[in-house]
Design a protein around this ligand. Structure first.
Ligand SMILES: CC(C)(COP(=O)(O)OP(=O)(O)OC[C@H]1O[C@@H](n2cnc3c(N)ncnc32)[C@H](O)[C@@H]1OP(=O)(O)O)[C@@H](O)C(=O)NCCC(=O)NCCS
Length: 185
């Protein structure tokens, strides 16, 4: 058990025991709320995320089976929605503007596993953090993956199953893997 705690602390750059305890509480509370159906589920999750997120605006419409990690590094604006199966890991910090709409099974990550050279094994290396910024009025289609360090400018639409890495232009529609601009809107 002590070995596991040491390993995890190293992985997260010497995270304090307080932070590890927070992650446990976050996982436990989400586990209780994640599957509650219907309107009570939306209401309970809104208040839970109001408690956990670093910032959460006026409305969060979070469907069942959406999972957030490192919620204390997640800042979300007004009128936010995330659909079922999405996974949002804010280890490196994620900031979402107002009116951000996230489809089903979207992944947003803000940390990477450094991969250069054979040793030590990738799993044993500390996570490298890269914040993600998603500005106002962004819609992310189903199955899209937003990689660490990405910056989605105001009004961006991300096509279904696209992989975004880097920056987008304001009011652009991007699609594909890697995602490229297909038009403006
Ligand atoms: C990105 C999107 C909004 C673009 O819609 P659109 O502007 O009407 O685009 P079109 O359908 O006219 O397609 C334009 C071109 O982009 C391509 N394209 C569109 N969406 C794409 C995608 N997700 N991945 C790869 N290419 C895509 C089309 O094949 C077409 O290519 P072509 O010009 O070579 O024929 C739409 O395709 C999409 O992916 N919406 C997300 C839907 C979704 O996830 N809904 C569930 C949410 S919970």
């Amino acid at each position: 058990m002590i070995e596991i705690i040491r390993f995890v602390r190293k992985k997260f750059h010497g995270a304090s025991l307080r932070e590890l305890a927070y992650l446990e509480i976050e996982a436990f509370l989400q586990g209780l709320a994640i599957g509650i159906p219907g309107a009570p589920g939306f209401f309970i999750r809104f208040w839970l995320y109001k408690l956990l997120f670093k910032k959460l605006g006026t409305m969060a419409w979070v469907s069942p089976q959406v999972r957030f990690l490192h919620t204390h590094k997640l800042r979300v604006g007004n009128t936010f929605s995330a659909n079922s199966g999405s996974y949002i890991n804010a280890v490196g910090g994620i900031t979402l503007g107002d009116f951000v709409l996230i489809g089903t099974n979207v992944t947003i990550v803000s940390g990477i596993h450094p991969i250069e050279g054979p040793l030590p094994p990738v799993f044993a290396r500390p996570v490298e953090t890269k914040p993600v910024t998603i500005e106002d009025d962004v819609w992310i289609g189903s199955g899209a993956v937003i990689l660490a360090g990405s910056h989605l400018r105001r009004g961006t639409v991300v096509g279904a199953n696209s992989v975004v890495s880097g920056e987008t232009e304001e009011y652009s529609v991007v699609a594909g893997s890697p995602a490229r601009k297909i038009r403006s809107r």
